[in-house]
Write a protein that binds this ligand. Structure first.
Ligand code: G3H
Length: 478
């Protein structure tokens, strides 16, 4: 009580001059769990300055040395998986086992960035001029990848550590410096993760982590002239950021309404298992969660029965007990989810389970016979509620999927690979999974959203490339 976690800049842990703090509410107990510094705009200016200075040196540090430090940070992070996972349990109510998985996955991601980076960045291009009309062979062009400068990384609450390192790893190996603005829920887990980079011995100023109120430093950070690239994962805020940001490359991942199209020949046990995993893991608080099931009428009864049998077995309760369904991140989030459920009830959806809520804890709910006039047919609950829309043709399913303003991922279940490929081609989403629930990983796969789901592509390789620029030197022969 009273202790406020310090922010990190210039290789040191510091208190904000504001004297103010931001409270992190434990979603389970709904009381203040931790406090972090409420940094000021002046402090952000200083952070930007030290990031800028550190980057210049870092860009000159040999690639293999950068890789070595990243491997070191990855190992230290994995060693500290228990205390970091504990923060995730307390701050964002992530089930204990999943919290450990998030940290381990993050360590692996950092190592992979180091390995991938030395390969990608260790190669350049050599071009000659006489392939273009009118030119003799008198110009040799040498091109290679150079860093962008200072990368601003803003991860969301649902993977505060993993979606931070998915930006930090590529940025650092490519020779950039980092300013990290963690989400409020998850900030302390982020600070612990940053301490692992500190222990690994990165140069001071290279990685910085500022905490604070979005209203005070949010726009100030994203519009700061010192920022050379923004990598953001989250919700609607991303749309506002992309409108306000300057002329810097943006990487945005802003949620989805991932559809699960189920054909008549699908293996329904496999589908049911994937709806449970895809729709209800971390209580549906994943951008890649299954957010609408579009099932052919002829197999809908059988599928709903199988899913219901599995929903009945989900353990509901606190994250410390490794329950499947845990409290959602905040009261306002729970209220929003409740609003979607009420709207569906009023418009005649079939409630396969009774709606039940205690505090931020919402019991898993499958809604059958959902129709397009219901909000849940289009909006992202980010909670443990999965709507089922019965369809009479594949076209109807594709049409619903493509009518969404989101286009992150989707999935299709069928034994007919030809149909699956045709459906995948027709779905306007960044990725389509055949016979499995949507997912971002493995983390070197390309990950991107169409439409309102994002800008650019992520995944380790794409992120490294995105966080660099091509630099050419042309040798002109006489
Ligand atoms: O919430 C958005 C994440 O990028 C989803 O990651 O598919 O590994 O859960 P995930």
């Amino acid at each position: 009580e009273g202790d406020v976690f310090k922010y990190y800049t210039d290789g040191e842990w510091k208190k904000s001059a504001s004297g103010k703090s931001v409270a992190i509410i434990n979603p389970t107990t709904r009381t203040t769990q931790y406090k972090v510094q409420a940094c000021t705009q002046e402090e952000v200016n200083k952070v930007m300055e030290s990031a800028k200075i550190a980057q210049k040196q870092w860009a000159k540090t040999p690639l293999w040395k950068r890789a070595e430090l990243l491997h070191k940070a990855a190992a230290i992070l994995k060693e500290h998986k228990a205390p970091i996972a504990e923060c995730l349990v307390k701050e964002i109510a992530k089930p204990a086992k999943d919290a450990v998985t998030e940290v381990v996955r993050s360590g692996d991601l950092i190592s992979y960035c180091a390995e991938e980076g030395v390969r990608i960045l260790g190669e350049g291009k050599f071009l000659v001029s006489d392939s273009f009309p009118g030119n003799e062979r008198t110009k040799y062009c040498l091109s290679s990848k150079i860093p962008l400068g200072v990368v601003l990384a803003i991860p969301p609450f649902n993977y505060p550590v993993n979606l931070a390192v998915s930006k930090i790893g590529p940025a650092l190996i490519a020779g950039n410096s980092l300013v990290l603005k963690p989400p409020t829920q998850g900030a302390v887990a982020c600070l612990h993760m940053v301490q692992c980079f500190h222990l690994a011995g990165f140069p001071k100023g290279l990685i910085n982590c500022v905490t604070g109120k979005g209203s005070e430093i949010g726009d100030f950070l994203t519009m700061h002239p010192g920022v050379n690239c923004i990598s953001f994962t989250g919700g609607d805020t991303g749309v506002a950021i992309s409108k306000k940001a300057g002329m810097v490359p943006l990487q945005m991942e802003l949620g989805g309404k991932d559809a699960c199209i189920v054909l008549e020949d699908a293996d329904l046990d496999l589908v049911a298992a994937n709806i449970i995993k895809g729709g209800f893991s971390y209580s549906g608080q994943r951008c890649t969660a299954v957010k609408v099931v579009l099932v052919m009428e002829s197999v809908a009864d059988a599928l709903v029965e199988k899913v219901n049998a599995k929903v009945a077995k989900l353990k509901v309760g606190p994250p410390e007990d490794n329950c499947d369904i845990t409290p959602v991140v905040s009261e306002s989030s729970a209220n929003f989810i409740e609003g979607l459920a009420k709207d569906a009830k009023a418009k005649g959806a079939t409630f396969c389970q009774e709606y039940k809520r205690e505090g931020n804890l919402i019991w898993p709910l499958l809604l059958d016979n959902v129709r397009p006039d219901m909000r849940i047919a289009w909006e992202e609950p980010f909670g443990p509620i999965v709507p089922v829309i019965r369809i009479n043709s594949i076209e109807e399913g594709i049409h619903h999927c493509n009518a969404s303003n989101f286009g992150l991922q989707g999935c299709v279940f069928t034994k007919d690979i030809n149909k699956a490929i045709l459906i995948s081609d027709a779905m306007e989403t960044g990725t389509v999974q055949i016979n499995s629930a949507p997912a971002r990983g493995p983390d070197h796969f390309p990950f991107q959203g169409l439409k309102d789901s994002g800008i650019g592509s992520q995944g380790i390789t794409n992120s490294i490339n995105m966080m660099t620029k091509i630099k050419s030197t042309v040798i002109n022969l006489p």
